[in-house]
Design a protein around this ligand. Structure first.
Ligand code: NDP
Length: 292
């Protein structure tokens, strides 16, 4: 088994991004600028946003965090988004999910100018991705592609089974792995909670992408020897043994599956770190007007 090490791969790519951000600053007199909006104070969201902001600083981007109380109205939030859409100093805008129940995430996503949608959730970006046109690719699937590239993994002709069909991970991942591109060119099976005999399907996979949200869901008896395992899951459990007070688990039973896998991502230290790299790359591309 070999580790797909998100720390190693992300540091390498971030060094490159930092160099490119420095030359962007030299040429334009400004830094790429990412704005994040955080509503409420969900523990997981706080951690993710803080990490995104910290990584922006690390690579020489400007970052701004706009916070709202959990009871902010939908209209106030949409108004703020419209304002940021018009701000020429902002290259990327993300609204951290999940949002409180009274705010419609679809409205929020569609209000963000697709040219600043560095999370890649806007229908324009998703549509362009479907058609293999330049676009902002959703950050987590993009991060996974960058990880596969970093380790020179040839995915051509492989059977990729994606478990989970969310709009932000599973569904876009299935499209990207099926595209005529490398990484890509896979035969893809997209599975979900209504899939019959999931184990038999996952057992056929050369590549498994697990994006379910259940600790240790993929067990060794579901994995073909030599399979490549991409574990997207981030499941937080409280713990008395860690400083943070919680511990992270993936969707894959790492210890037992690792013995059978050819390559595997750890949690933490895998896809999560690459997601941030995807976001940074999209923000830089937006600043340089590479896509729109
Ligand atoms: P969602 O909850 O939106 O989607 C989960 C998917 O898993 C759904 O499609 C669901 O099926 C499917 N599913 C649930 N139970 C089963 C089952 N028993 N068998 C088969 N499929 C099942 O989750 P996300 O995609 O947003 O996130 C998935 C995981 O990835 C989470 O742990 C999340 O924290 C993590 N994550 C990690 C990121 C990173 O950067 N590493 C980024 C984003 C998410 P159905 O559609 O039928 O309900």
């Amino acid at each position: 088994m070999q580790l797909l090490d998100g720390k190693f791969a992300s540091e390498q790519i971030k060094n490159q991004i930092a160099e490119e951000a420095a030359s962007f600053l030299k040429d334009s007199g400004r830094k790429p600028h990412l704005v994040a909006i955080l509503v409420g104070n969900d523990g997981g969201s706080e951690t993710y946003v803080a990490s995104k902001m910290k990584n922006c600083e690390k690579v020489g981007f400007k970052s701004s965090l706009i916070r709202y109380d959990v009871d902010v109205t939908e209209e106030a939030l949409l108004e703020q988004i419209r304002k940021i859409n018009l701000d020429a100093d902002v290259d990327g805008l993300i609204v951290q999910l999940p949002l409180p129940k009274h705010i419609d995430p679809e409205k929020v996503t569609e209000t963000i100018d697709y040219r600043k949608d560095v999370d890649g959730f806007h229908p324009v970006n998703l549509g362009r991705m479907m058609r293999n046109l330049p676009c902002f690719i959703p950050a987590t699937p993009y991060g996974i592609l960058l990880m596969l590239q970093a380790y020179n993994i040839d995915t051509t002709g492989k059977h990729c089974v994606v478990v989970g069909r969310s709009n932000i991970v599973g569904s876009p991942m299935s499209i990207l792995m099926a595209r005529n591109a490398n990484p890509g060119n896979c035969t893809v099976t997209l599975t979900h909670s209504r899939t019959k005999d999931l184990k038999a399907i996952v057992l056929q996979a050369d590549i498994i992408v697990a994006a379910i949200g259940q600790k240790n869901f993929v067990t060794a008896d579901m994995v073909k020897p030599g399979a490549i395992i991409i574990d997207v899951g981030i499941n937080r459990e409280s713990s008395t043994t860690t400083k943070s007070g919680y511990k992270l688990y993936g969707d894959v039973d790492f210890e037992n599956v690792a013995e059978k896998a050819s390559w595997i991502t750890p949690v933490p230290g895998g896809v999560g770190l690459m997601t941030i790299v995807g976001l940074l790359k999209n923000t830089l591309a937006s600043a340089r007007k590479e896509i729109y």
